[in-house]
Design a protein around this ligand. Structure first.
Ligand SMILES: *Cc1c(COP(=O)(O)O)cnc(C)c1O
Length: 368
């Protein structure tokens, strides 16, 4: 058997006819940039995430860059975030001219540890970017409290967490501005790059809308320096259709996670820890193995099971961030997690047989 981490072809089969029709509509209209489908999809996402505004952009990375710009963050500013995330979170901070300042993670949820944030705040600190890693929200209440105390902005990086919630509040609705990615393998994936900014703040909405389109809302009149980062009508048409299925797909993810959790009982591995107040959407199902992880990965691969570590090199250890002056040992929990975790196959269309095979192979490995 061969079991990939995710199989997008199976999902496409479910939505193929609807999507093909919608794509034909767009092609017939020959309206490709910021058309009706984009407006439609923006309002659908705003309502899904319970925010007032949604702004379609080219990618989750651009959503971060434009959110930082909309908040006026740039040269000389510092932005606090986690070193245990996809590179784009910190890259966006660097690209607007600011400095990423890392704070270690909580070992159980892998999310930023709020109790370590305050010691990193100084006069240059302007914002915090909590990342809702793997589909589970960071502990937002203490983060919001800190942001109020020090007058900082919060940008939620929800690239992996559309549909997740914290104390009944949807991911992306707990901050000044938040970002989504529709990279094909995310829980809601486009057929290419796509992303979105969501916010309740009218001023930030207006600014982000201008910034994504050359700082202009009237042809050839430019109010500010922006970039070209517009969601296109074809992607919006696809995403609008897939959005109808999202809750069902997320429910399947939760069911599969519950099944794994049950079957892994008694094995020397940690399944994802989910505090009562969180609804996890399992973008990735990440287990922690305290020893022999290399052997486990190798053994699963030999049996046709794909696994991957998200992320093998924490951001403070990246070559291109040498200039930030961090060294090995600065963020022990992030470093440990990068050595002890791996994602195993979980996607809504995975079959019973495949799940059971994954479980059997992991059990066999530990029985040896
Ligand atoms: C995927 C991802 C991004 C970047 O999104 P793109 O659409 O690929 O640019 C940013 N942050 C996190 C945490 C991600 O997982």
């Amino acid at each position: 058997m061969r079991i990939p981490l995710i199989d997008l072809k199976r999902q496409y089969k479910v939505v193929k006819n609807e999507i093909n029709d919608a794509l034909r509509d767009v092609m017939d209209s020959q309206s490709f940039i910021l058309g009706n489908k984009v407006l439609d999809f923006e309002s659908a996402i705003a309502s899904y995430c319970k925010t007032k505004y949604a702004i379609g952009v080219n990618s989750g990375t651009d959503a971060l860059i434009l959110s930082l710009k909309a908040l006026g963050i740039g040269e000389g500013d510092e932005v606090i975030t986690t070193p245990f995330t996809f590179f784009a979170t910190a890259e966006a901070v660097t690209l607007v001219g600011a400095r990423p300042v890392f704070v270690d993670i909580e070992p159980k949820t892998y999310n930023i540890n709020p109790s370590l944030i305050e010691e990193k705040i100084n006069n240059s600190t302007k914002a915090i970017i909590p990342v809702h890693l793997y589909g589970q929200c960071a502990d937002m209440d203490p983060i919001v409290e800190i942001s109020k105390k020090y007058n900082l902005k919060i940008i939620e990086d929800c690239a992996q967490a559309i549909g997740s919630s914290y104390k009944n509040r949807p991911a992306g609705s707990m901050s000044d501005i938040a970002t989504l990615s529709f990279y094909p393998s995310k829980n809601l994936g486009a057929f290419g790059d796509a992303g979105m900014i969501i916010t309740n703040d009218k001023e930030l909405n207006d600014k982000a809308r201008l910034l994504r389109s050359h700082g202009s809302d009237v042809n050839y009149i430019h109010n500010m320096i922006g970039i070209n980062s517009r969601l296109d009508n074809l992607q919006a048409a696809i995403l609008k259709i897939k959005l109808k299925y999202l809750d069902k797909w997320l429910e399947s993810r939760r069911k599969i996670a519950a099944y794994y959790k049950e079957k892994f009982k008694g094995l020397p591995l940690d399944v994802p820890y989910v505090p009562d107040y969180n609804v996890h959407t399992y973008h990735l199902y990440v287990i922690r193995v305290h020893k022999d992880i290399r052997e486990l990965i190798k053994s699963l691969l030999e049996k046709g099971i794909e696994t991957r570590t998200y992320y093998p090199v924490p951001l403070h250890m990246q070559e291109c961030y040498k200039n930030l002056g961090y060294k090995k040992g600065n963020f022990p929990e992030a470093e440990k997690a990068s050595n002890e975790t791996l994602a195993i196959p979980l996607f809504p269309e995975i079959t019973e047989e495949e799940k059971d095979y994954v479980i059997k192979c992991i059990k066999d490995f530990f029985r040896k």
